[in-house]
Design a protein around this ligand. Structure first.
Ligand code: FE2
Length: 284
């Protein structure tokens, strides 16, 4: 196994390792590397769906095994770039977020694989919420250490991207019906590394003690600060066969736009969060 760190505050590319054939010792080494780097990129693995699910289970139980993230229908046709609800969910994913902050238990991480990539664009970006928190000035740390935010997918996706009624939509509306909306501290301590990190992103719509506009402005201010520093952000240009695993507790991510008349087919496996450490404070 050869590890090549990215020239960033996080992330590494890993070569000379076959993910379908990991033995117990190698799986532990990969897990430890993942905790250290938060993002591991494995070029040229060409995992089947079953191999992806098996690999993802090295990191814990799965919130869900496998979901296509794609603008291509099963028959190979391309979805409508503007009106299709699945494409609206892809557009939503182009904003910075952590996965499943809108669920009672936030996701621990995710495995993502590339099966068809567009000729330009469609990169995935990640941003280091540990480095961003660490570099905040003390007055902002003091301010946000006291604050928690409500995360709502119904708001960030349905209201902002105009989904059709879930009953008539192909989009499965996973997470729309969560009630009450999960409340999460803006600053969290990672349960395995002990590092503090920001938990922010597109699903924040309310912060107790602030007006909705103030809450959304603060979330946006923190996001722009955290996701504009080149040291803390990395965008990966996909090649077919690439596989990645990221730590959703301390990284945000986003997809980049591409020409939506071209197909992009990715598969996502979501790793379940710890029932205590990743629980929203109003679900404990
Ligand atoms: Fe996501």
């Amino acid at each position: 196994m050869r590890v090549e760190p990215l020239k960033r505050s996080f992330g590494a590319k890993v070569y000379d390792l076959s993910l379908p054939d990991l033995n117990t010792e190698q799986a532990q080494d990969v897990y430890d590397l993942w905790l250290k780097y938060a993002l591991l990129i494995f070029p040229g693995q060409n995992l089947s769906n079953d191999q992806q699910i098996k690999f993802a289970k090295n990191f814990g139980a799965l919130e869900f095994d496998l979901s296509p993230i794609s603008n291509v229908r099963n028959d190979g046709s391309i979805r409508d770039a503007n009106d299709d609800d699945i494409v609206k969910s892809l557009r939503g994913n182009m904003e910075w977020h952590h996965d499943s902050t809108y669920m009672p238990i936030q996701a621990k991480g995710a495995v993502f694989t590339a099966h068809k990539v567009p000729s330009h664009g469609g990169e995935t970006g990640w941003a280091d919420m540990r480095a961003a928190y660490e570099a905040l000035d003390q007055s902002m740390k003091d301010k946000i250490n006291e604050l928690s935010a409500y995360h709502s997918y119904e708001w960030s996706q349905k209201e902002r991207f105009g989904h059709k009624d879930p009953k008539v939509s192909e989009f499965n509306s996973y997470g729309f019906d969560i009630d009450p909306k999960p409340l999460r501290p803006l600053v969290k301590t990672h349960n395995e590394t002990g590092q503090k990190c920001l938990t922010i992103g597109r699903h924040i719509n309310k912060i107790p003690g602030l007006s909705d506009q103030e809450a959304q402005n603060l979330a946006k201010e923190l996001e722009e600060y955290a996701c504009s520093n080149k040291e803390w952000v990395y965008h990966h240009a996909w090649e077919v066969g690439d596989a990645v695993i990221w730590d959703n507790r301390c990284l945000m991510h986003q997809a980049s736009m591409w020409d939506l008349s071209e197909g992009r087919i990715m598969y996502h496996s979501r790793i379940e969060g710890d029932p205590i450490a990743e629980a929203a404070s109003n679900y404990l």
